[in-house]
Design a protein around this ligand. Structure first.
Ligand code: FES
Length: 118
């Protein structure tokens, strides 16, 4: 098995909460996001019909609540595909409405920099 490479993404200060970078690494387009809770990296390819999902809107979602209540939360953790609107949980890669998932990559934080491992 080939050794994994760590590809530089940005300085931590260049990736504020809600920020993103899309980088090319090992022939793949990868989106790196700061959700506030984590810095995550996912393949820039929607599992539905292969849109560049990382160019989609970053936001939140409604949380479990009582009937008639609508509670918004998880801001900056939900990525919405720009083509058909499927929503993905960046912390797990899971789609909120389907079994297909985003492919995730490890993120390495070293000194003041963010790297993605591919
Ligand atoms: S291609 Fe992403 S939701 Fe259809």
């Amino acid at each position: 098995m080939a050794a994994k490479a760590q590809v530089y993404v940005a300085k931590k200060s260049e990736l504020p909460v809600g920020g993103r970078r899309i980088v090319e690494a090992a022939g793949k387009s990868i989106g790196v996001f700061n959700t506030g809770a984590q810095i995550v990296a996912v393949l820039n390819l929607c599992p539905h019909e292969f849109a560049p999902v990382c160019k989609g809107q970053l936001g939140g979602t409604t949380l479990p609540s009582k009937p008639g209540e609508f509670i918004w939360g998880r801001e900056n953790e939900i990525l919405r595909c720009p083509w058909h609107g499927w929503e993905f949980d960046l912390h797990t890669g899971e789609c909120l409405t389907d079994r297909r998932k985003l492919r995730r990559f490890p993120v390495v934080l070293r000194e003041d920099a963010v790297y993605v491992e591919v």
